[in-house]
Ligand binder design. Structure first.
Ligand code: IVH
Length: 671
């Protein structure tokens, strides 16, 4: 791959992974399988290793997980919430063992456990009392959901015995038992409500409910699998789990074969094979097996990567393959006009979920697999994914069957579809006149990373559009209380919340407004770069193609998209209206005043947890003062600003390259 092509690929992969991360961690609504996600991440990791200069500072490879959701207080994790690397075969497991055997001399013992498919939680106990429970969030900080967690009966509020440490954290997985989930759905069916599609997502949604009374009724459950603390009175993980059992936690037991000590990978595989079939008889979902090195001293010798322990690995079960009939192909239009063909299937029950729809991706995929209506199609389904059709049973094909003819017109607005060379997808070019695209733009504008408008959600946007109250983002700011109050099911509080949210959003800084406007290819990072370098929307509008590509990290594709956006008269009018409505379309005086060039020419790598800044604040401060932030350490790195828990691999690399390491106070002195 050429350098330019690799840069592009890094850009598209990062963008895609960010979206999938968001779907998975924030929306709890993943659209691809874990396996596909891992493969994509691995590809990006390899490219970034080859071309570190193109890696984004906030690349998905550097993150533990998604983002922190609002409404609950955000709490910094005392110990980062790491994830596990995945394996899918015996070869992967043998590689795992080979890797760690290089790092330790003593004999190893493994603990095999079930990999619960739920929501991770970290619970802190002080003097035997539950004091706080925090979700994973982005791994560094999560939501304080203590009140909700306290309603889970299998989690002790007060520990048994008296030999527990004064303070420690215990981590586990909260989930819906299958029977509880099914009966919850039965109740919903009787009440004429939509059914919940998936237990894990519903558990995650339940944990973030505002009313812990409702949470209590939902009967969530929790298995614990990891004890953390200073000077813990154990030598092994196994001991810690056994003790946790004595203190009153729900833990796996040898009696039920849900935990096992193993000396060899063959023994590990016996456990894996047993549970690969036996899992169907459990009353909760598992999606694999977790293998951990038992001895703490060995764990310490083996260490961690930036996002997971090297002494543990998850083995993921292969997804089941199922067949069903394809009843109809329908087409969805996304925010950008991209068309996604959807397979409407004869419903099949799979691992407790009814599957009615599957993704067909694009015209090429349909043609390649020769997928036709009435065919028997195959797909894999694991936990929460939208299944993806992987094949067709051609022998069962109806003799009158005809190849699928892909649509030529937009199903929403009947505009002729276009497909650019090299693009797998068809697009509806009617950007400003096609309902899902118009609604999609408004939905993007109000989304969390853009304007994050309190009270306004996707459904309200749909309603406002259907009622003719808003067809552009500027229309939102023209809404008044009465217009909202008149809408069905809009009470006084709800209407006022929206109006207040809109007013408050006028203070949202320029870079987020710029991102929210939705210029194609202007994602969060690009919007920040543009805002910083051009300082106002007027300057961006006036900038020539050459001026745009001269800016840091703005390439041809982005520049072209910006020029095209501002060539459309209605977009200029939109910006004018937003200005009139008082949105931030320039950097604030404070942002301008704080900007210095003190760090010009210096490149920083930020690692660890800080007490005076959040990581994002520290990065923003570096950039505001003219410095560059990079994610990987190289000879070009001027300083590493290291906080607590700096990754050991980063430390080793810094020492090798003799890069200067400073703490946050020394950074402030630099300024
Ligand atoms: S141990 C540092 N054990 O799977 C090691 N995790 O994909 C921390 N999970 O983040 C994790 N069952 O949320 C561990 N028996 C188990 C688990 C388990 C489920 C979850 C956990 C973890 C994720 C990794």
């Amino acid at each position: 791959m050429t350098k330019e092509a690799s840069k592009q690929k890094i850009e598209t992969l990062s963008q895609k992974l960010r979206t999938h991360n968001y779907n998975y961690y924030v929306l709890s609504n993943p659209t691809i399988s874990d396996y596909d996600f891992d493969m994509m991440l691995e590809e990006l990791q390899q490219l970034e290793e080859q071309f570190p200069e193109f890696a984004f500072d906030d690349s998905p490879t550097k993150r533990v997980g998604g983002t922190v959701t609002k409404n609950f207080t955000t709490v910094k994790h005392k110990y980062r919430m790491l994830s596990l690397s995945n394996s899918y075969s015996i070869e992967d497991m043998v590689d795992f063992e080979t890797r760690i055997k290089k790092l330790v001399e003593n004999e190893l013992e493994y603990i095999c456990e079930l990999k619960y498919d739920g929501v991770a939680i970290g619970i802190t106990y002080k003097n035997g009392k539950l004091i706080q429970a925090v979700t994973r969030g982005d791994g560094m900080q999560g939501d304080d959901v203590t009140e909700n967690v306290k309603t889970i009966r299998s989690i002790p509020l007060q520990l048994k015995g008296n030999d527990y440490p004064d303070e420690f954290e215990i981590r586990g997985e909260i989930f819906f038992p299958k029977d509880v989930f099914n009966s919850l759905n039965k109740d919903r069916e009787e009440a004429g409500e939509d059914l919940y599609a998936n237990a894990r997502n519903t558990a995650s949604g339940t944990l973030k409910m505002q009313d812990s009374g409702i949470v209590a009724k939902r009967k969530l459950d929790c298995y614990l699998y990891f004890v953390l603390g200073e000077n813990l009175p154990f030598k092994t993980h196994y001991e810690s789990i056994e003790k946790a059992g004595e203190w009153g936690f729900k833990i796996p037991t040898e009696k039920f074969k849900s935990i096992k000590k193993c000396k060899t990978i063959d023994e590990v595989f016996e456990f894996i094979n047993y549970w690969d079939t036996e899992r169907n008889n459990l009353n909760f979902e598992i999606d694999g097996i977790v293998i951990k090195v038992n001895n703490y001293a060995r764990q310490e010798e083996i260490g961690f990567t930036a996002k997971s322990p090297k002494w543990a690995i998850a083995y993921k079960f292969k997804a089941e393959k199922v067949a069903t009939k394809l009843l109809e192909i329908t087409y969805q239009v996304g925010r950008t006009g991209a068309i996604t063909p959807v397979a409407n299937l004869k419903p099949v029950l799979l691992a407790g979920t009814t599957v009615k729809r599957a993704s067909l991706h694009n015209a090429d995929q349909i043609e390649k697999l020769d997928i036709r209506v009435n065919d028997t199609v195959f797909f894999f389904k694991g936990g929460e994914i939208i299944p993806k059709i992987v094949g067709v049973e051609a022998t069962q094909r109806d003799i009158f069957s005809e190849p699928t003819v892909y649509i030529a017109e937009c199903p929403e607005c009947q505009t002729e579809l276009v497909r650019k060379e090299g693009d797998a997808k068809h697009y509806c070019p009617n950007e400003w006149g096609c309902a899902p695209q118009i609604k999609g733009k408004m939905q993007h504008f109000i989304s969390r990373k853009a304007m994050n408008i309190d009270g306004l959600g996707e459904e309200t946007i749909d309603l406002l559009y259907e009622q003719g109250l808003a067809t552009t983002i500027a229309d939102l700011y023209a809404l008044n209380f009465e217009q909202l109050f008149e809408l069905e099911s809009f009470k006084e509080k709800k209407s006022q919340n929206i109006i207040d949210g809109l007013i408050a959003s006028k203070q949202i800084p320029f870079e987020r407004v710029l991102y929210g406007i939705g210029i194609r290819f202007v994602g969060e990072t690009v919007a920040k770069k543009l805002a910083k370098q051009f300082k106002s929307i007027d300057a961006i509008m006036k900038a020539s193609f050459e001026a745009l590509i001269a800016a840091d990290e703005i390439g041809d594709k982005i520049a072209e998209s910006i020029i095209n956006f501002f060539a459309v008269e209605s977009n200029l009018q939109l910006i004018d209206k937003l200005k009139g409505q008082g949105l931030q379309l320039t950097l604030s005086e404070e942002q301008l005043a704080n900007a210095t060039t003190k760090l010009e020419g210096l490149t920083f790598v930020v690692s660890g947890v800080f007490s005076k800044f959040s990581r994002d604040e520290l990065k923003a401060s570096i950039e505001q003062n003219g410095g560059k932030v990079s994610s990987s350490i190289s000879k070009k790195t001027s300083y590493i600003v290291a906080g607590e828990n700096m990754g050991p691999s980063k430390l080793a690399k810094a020492e090798k390259l003799e890069v200067k390491i400073i703490n946050e106070d020394q950074y402030l002195e630099l300024l």
